[in-house]
Design a protein around this ligand. Structure first.
Ligand code: ZN
Ligand code: ZN
Length: 203
């Protein structure tokens, strides 16, 4: 397991430092590997503490479920103690209770649909410091309409499940369906754009 729910960080390899740990907000690109792998695997690039970007691999479960305390069964093989198992069960219960009460672990504002939507990190595909007051530019592919939006959010909005910023920035731009082109548009919009503040209200 490369995700640690105590620190909300992922462990990856760094050529300089050996193992390094980063939060989700330090991911820069996520791409689902092609093929019918079950569970799905994502290739990511992350910004390492050493100052470079490195590649890493993350499973779908580690992206979307591990932060909610929903492990993959063998998640605590290395750290197996009664206490950690109990913690995992507690986290999972808490997540289930919150979701049942209509709170979503992650959300974003879908610009083409003009509404807030629940989302999981596997729908994030580009992240970068925005240059606007310590916020993060986040490109999300909407799980409902399939189109891409850029939101401006806090690091906690990404890193901490159930922490949803009350207000986020939205880039008023409808993205190209083409992946490579969308990545270019992301960079240019992020650094030039005017952001519109939207309230994240999930119905
Ligand atoms: Zn490094
Ligand atoms: Zn949408």
């Amino acid at each position: 397991m490369i995700y640690d729910s105590l620190t909300t960080r992922y462990t990856f390899a760094c050529p300089e430092r050996g193992d390094t740990t980063v939060a989700l907000s330090r991911f820069r690109r996520l791409e689902r590997l092609p093929g019918a792998a079950h569970p799905a695997v994502f290739r990511v690039r992350f910004e390492c503490g050493c100052g470079e970007e490195h590649p890493g691999l993350v499973s779908h479960a580690e992206l979307d479920w591990a932060p909610l305390g929903l492990g993959t069964g063998d998640s605590f093989l290395n750290l197996m103690t009664a206490r950690l198992d109990a913690l995992e069960a507690e986290l999972a219960d808490l997540a289930a209770t919150k979701i049942g009460a209509g709170e979503w672990p992650w959300s974003f504002f879908c610009y083409p649909e003009n509404q807030s939507r629940p989302v999981f990190p596997s729908s994030f595909f580009l992240l970068a410091p925005s240059g606007h007051g310590g916020t993060l530019g986040l490109a999300v592919r909407c799980p409902v309409c399939g189109r891409t939006s850029i939101n401006l959010v806090s690091e906690q909005h990404v890193d901490l499940p159930f922490h949803n910023d009350a207000e986020i920035g939205v880039v008023e731009h409808v993205f190209s369906a083409d992946r490579a082109q969308a990545a270019e548009e992301f960079a240019s919009e992020l650094y030039s754009a005017q952001f519109d503040a939207r309230r994240l209200t999930l119905e």
